[in-house]
Design a protein around this ligand. Structure first.
Ligand code: C2E
Ligand code: CA
Ligand code: CA
Length: 636
């Protein structure tokens, strides 16, 4: 995906903080060295060593060039001047003094410490080699008789020089130890922040925020172990689907606050009815499910359903207003009606509709004979196949914007169904039907082909630097050969693979099979990019992000749209951005509708966004017009 933001190292506040610290250390070491040189020069002048004094003062003066390098932000050049000049000066003093037993050799240790602290490995190596060569030269001079050094007797002046050198070394070691400890503390702190935000996301992904009850994701996990246990004990398992009958009119007339109160109260009542081994979840708006484990017959489920009906029908008192609310219940039994939660819920839902039809405030078991919902389903599925043949589907494109430099980085392709009789049908309605009926395989193939064809057309028209993101369903991975489909689409259209991005769902990646891993790695080796759609609403397992080399996380629009009103959503958004940044991934916020949301996201470190603020999803021609206008605006 093209990313037009400045180089990550420049933009990263951590990197610039480290650079600033290193420069500060360089100046501190420089001052300490200049002071030491001055004090030593006073010493040498007192004992009449005029050459030594001149060398020391000359070096101190030369080191002012390091100040210039720091001012110009040439940190490496500054460190190089400091280290090489000092090494040469000390070597010279040793050469004219007592050879390798000269006190100035002690200063080599200090230089090595400076090098470790301020510079890179290469410079450290150069300095060390220079020192070894100097020592070798002095040793050779002495052994061969070419230049023999004599050892001076120790006096108060040479003693003082040793103490000055030791003090400078001590000072730099102290600085280094301090930096090291601070860096370790920062690391521990950073780690615990990442861990905390992960736990927070994990909890939120498994629980409903309003009622604190487990949500759908958690229900799936809990069901798997409950069902295994029931099978082992030879017992049935019941799934009770509870739908409140009149929450909508309460919400509409008295406001959402009262509605929320009732939902919380209903959760409390359901929790009070449930035994330890039962699982209560909030399934959606005013829908709850209860999974009953450790029951003997369907009569046990009926008994619980009756208790629920009674309990919910008791009046609710909110802000001194007394209200009545009833519910309708549908029940499906495992293994009779199915052995996976989705099937059981679907059937319990159908049974619930039957009890609603028969006058509400009642319960029904799933009954195959009057399963009319299934027919509706079949109808739409058949017309979807026809729609594909008759080209009733179109792709719309929504621009993705780089929040830092305001450039347009690409588009998300979103499908639309223009039905000749029913008019516009939202993908929210037909995608899940296409998935459950398998039509998604052909539909998804069409989407990929169409997106590649359009992408290549734009390239041919001279538009460039963009990516197209396509939504793919987990069914396409499980039942199709999506890698072949994509390869063919790319070949046929000539659209480059690195410009194509796949938006994957967390539920897909959690299904960690060999086949999925092979398919994803095939796609990755072709050059495709991956992002995780609706991050934060699913399982949020960090392991797969690394394993499948995902590039970006998309924050679900539901969080983004509410973040300014609802602090809980703001916390989730912040945690996701923090997590994404710490993993070095891009973050794309969906559903940005106002300038202020964009500002907050930018401030939190989110780098990309899409939403109605910039543009709704548009048909290809309008997208192109929007894009050209955008580029013109950028240039002015
Ligand atoms: P999604 O992938 O989360 O797509 C983002 C949805 O947010 C789109 O809805 C988009 O129109 C909407 N949106 C974008 N910005 C804003 C905003 O500022 N405010 C509001 N209120 N909404 C905004 P859309 O197009 O109705 O798509 C709904 C879902 O249908 C998508 O959610 C995606 O899961 C699915 N979908 C769409 N096209 C495809 C497709 O080609 N294949 C598959 N498998 N699924 C698709
Ligand atoms: Ca998407
Ligand atoms: Ca989304």
């Amino acid at each position: 995906m093209p990313n037009n933001s400045p180089s990550p190292a420049d933009a990263d506040p951590m990197v610039s903080a480290v650079r600033k610290k290193l420069n500060q250390r360089l100046v501190q070491v420089l001052r300490a060295t200049q002071l030491a040189l001055l004090l030593t020069a006073i010493n040498t002048v007192l004992i009449g060593k005029i050459i030594d004094t001149a060398v020391l003062l000359g070096t101190a003066a030369l080191l002012f060039s390091v100040d210039w390098a720091v001012y110009k932000k040439f940190h490496n050049l500054g460190s190089t001047i400091l280290l090489i000049t000092l090494t040469l000066m000390l070597s010279y003093l040793a050469w004219i003094g007592s050879g390798i037993r000269d006190t100035s050799i002690l200063g080599y240790c200090g230089i090595l410490i400076f090098a470790a602290m301020l510079s890179n490995k290469r410079l450290l190596l150069v300095v060390m080699l220079l020192m070894l060569s100097m020592c070798a030269l002095i040793i050779y001079g002495n052994i061969s008789g070419l230049h023999v050094n004599t050892i001076e007797p120790t006096n108060i002046f040479t003693g003082t020089i040793v103490m000055i050198i030791l003090s400078v070394i001590g000072f730099s070691v102290w600085l280094m130890a301090h930096d090291y400890r601070t860096a370790l503390d920062d690391l521990v702190h950073e780690n615990s922040l990442v861990h905390e935000s992960h736990l927070k996301i994990e909890h939120m992904a498994m629980h409903d925020q309003l009622t604190e009850l487990p949500n759908r994701n958690m229900a799936h996990i809990a069901f798997t172990s409950a069902y295994a246990q029931a099978q082992e004990n030879g017992q049935p398992l019941a799934v009770i689907f509870i739908d409140l009958d009149n929450l909508k009119p309460i919400n509409d007339s008295l406001g959402h606050e009262i509605g929320d109160h009732i939902l919380k109260e209903v959760s409390k009542r359901l929790n009070a009815i449930a035994l330890k081994q039962h699982i209560v979840c909030r399934y959606g708006g005013d829908e709850f499910i209860m999974i009953l484990q450790d029951i003997h017959t369907s009569d046990d489920a009926s008994a619980i359903a009756m208790i629920i009906l009674h309990s919910i029908s008791l009046p609710f008192a909110v802000k001194n207003i007394e209200m009545n609310c009833t519910c309708s219940i549908g029940i499906a039994m495992a293994p009779r009606d199915g052995n996976d939660l989705d099937t059981l819920i679907k059937k319990a839902d159908i049974a619930m509709y039957q009890s609603k039809d028969s006058g509400r405030n009642s319960f029904r078991f799933f009954d195959v004979a009057s399963n009319h919902k299934m027919f509706e389903h079949l109808n739409l599925t058949t017309s979807m196949r026809k729609a594909l043949a008759e080209k009733q589907f179109v792709l719309y494109y929504q621009p993705k914007i780089n929040l830092h430099d305001h450039s347009l980085v690409g588009f998300e392709a979103l499908i639309r169904w223009q039905h000749p009789q029913y008019g516009f049908i939202s993908p929210e309605t037909f995608i899940s039907l296409a998935e459950s009926s398998g039509v998604i395989i052909q539909l998804g193939e069409w989407v990929i082909n169409e997106a590649c064809r359009q992408g290549k057309k734009w390239l041919d028209k001279g538009l460039n630097n963009f990516s197209i993101a396509v939504n793919v369903s987990s069914i396409q991975f499980k039942r199709g050969t999506i890698d072949n489909v994509i390869m063919n689409a790319l070949e046929r259209s000539g659209f480059p693979p690195h410009m194509l991005e796949l938006e994957l769902t967390e539920s897909l990646l959690i299904d960690d099979t060999e086949r999925l891993a092979t398919t994803l790695s095939n796609l990755r080796s072709m050059g495709l990019h991956f992002s995780i759609d609706d991050f934060g609403t699913g399982y949020s397992n960090l392991g797969y992000l690394k394993k499948f080399e995902v590039e970006s996380l998309k924050i679900d629009q539901s969080f983004v749209r509410r973040m300014e009103q609802n602090p809980e959503d703001a916390v989730i958004v912040k945690a996701i951005i923090q997590l994404s940044n710490s993993l070095g991934l891009d973050t794309i916020a969906e559903g940005v509708e106002t300038e202020s949301t964009a500002d907050i996201l930018r401030g939190l470190g989110c780098n990309m966004a899409q939403g109605y603020l910039w543009s709704r999803p548009l048909p290809a021609l309008e997208t192109e017009r929007f894009w050209r206008d955008w580029c013109l605006l950028e240039q002015t």
